[in-house]
Design a protein around this ligand. Structure first.
Ligand SMILES: [Zn+2]
Length: 225
């Protein structure tokens, strides 16, 4: 497990890049698992404005263990997913317009472009606009997510999971980019989506460290100059 300082720096970068790309507003949160029973989290504040001193540490029950900030109201979303998915190391929750638009017409994000290949197993829709403020709702959301890497919350936003923060950032960006293309293409005609084999072929290429580094370096330099 990486040290706390480096995990905080990585979460800050994720938040700053997503904010610069216009994918965050005053709400949303990013967390990462730092041990079996502890979670590092952005506090209740605009995620793009978080600084190193603002982070909080939560237990798997959602109680605050360290830090001065307040926990987000939707902490049960994170604790339920971490409990249900031992493979998940970090979680992003945000509210991009494109993802909300697809959720309200009952369309998951489809693989309409290579950038969406990582979502070939589908993005289920949690059919409730409720904020995930209880363990019962958190568990329902985790069940809807299943073994996928993203779930849309109807009329609310989306939650993305990954096993590392670099990958979380890439998924967070490409999910919205794919949704945008899907919405544009739907206005022009019938969608022709990637077959599972086509999507997996892209995933194979893009999963390599070189492809991931090139993707991330672009957004890092766009944000930090
Ligand atoms: Zn939310």
């Amino acid at each position: 497990m990486e040290n706390l300082q480096s995990l905080k720096e990585k979460i800050l970068l994720v938040c700053k890049i997503l904010d610069r790309q216009g994918l965050l507003d005053g709400f949303g949160h990013v967390t990462t698992r730092i041990s079996e029973d502890r979670i590092l989290s952005t506090p209740k504040m605009p995620p793009g404005k978080v600084s190193m001193r603002d982070f909080i540490i939560l237990s798997m029950k959602g109680e605050k263990l360290e830090g001065s900030g307040e926990p987000n109201g939707e902490v049960p979303m994170h604790t339920s997913i971490y409990k249900a998915r031992p493979d998940v190391k970090c979680i992003l929750h945000y509210h991009p317009d494109e993802l909300i638009a697809l959720s309200v017409v009952g369309q998951g994000v489809k693989v309409v472009a290579n950038c969406g290949a990582f979502f070939y197993r589908g993005t289920p829709i949690f059919d409730s606009s409720a904020l995930i403020r209880s363990e019962a709702l958190g568990d329902q959301l985790a069940r809807t997510l299943g073994d996928r890497n993203a779930v849309l919350l109807r009329g609310h936003g989306a939650t993305v999971v990954a096993d590392d923060l670099d990958e979380l950032l890439r998924l967070g960006i490409t999910l919205v980019k794919t949704a945008r293309i899907q919405i544009m293409a739907s206005a022009l005609g019938t969608l022709k989506t990637h077959s599972e084999a086509e999507a997996k072929a892209v995933v194979d290429v893009e999963s390599g460290e070189r492809g991931r580094r090139r993707f991330l370096d672009y957004y890092i330099s766009e944000t930090l100059g």
